[in-house]
Design a protein. Sequence first.
Length: 89
Amino acid sequence: MLKDFENWLLNNNYRPTTAFDYQGRIERLCRKEGYTLSHLIENITSILPEYEINGKQSAYGKRSHTSVRQALRRFKMFLISNNLIESAN
């Protein structure tokens, strides 16, 4: 699944270094929080706001010029575009 995410980023004109970085950030976030990838997918709508500016994990989300936050946002877009979750809008 994470390789599919990386390929999706590449197909959406992200640089290879960014695509690889975002994939790794999702993987490290899951490891840090003790999430399975399935748990993250099922709960991304409630997990992502925790890493946004006013969320309780905002300091972690802000790391590396907000790369963690951006990776989560793009991962959610990937899931929506592949019909793995529904768009909230």
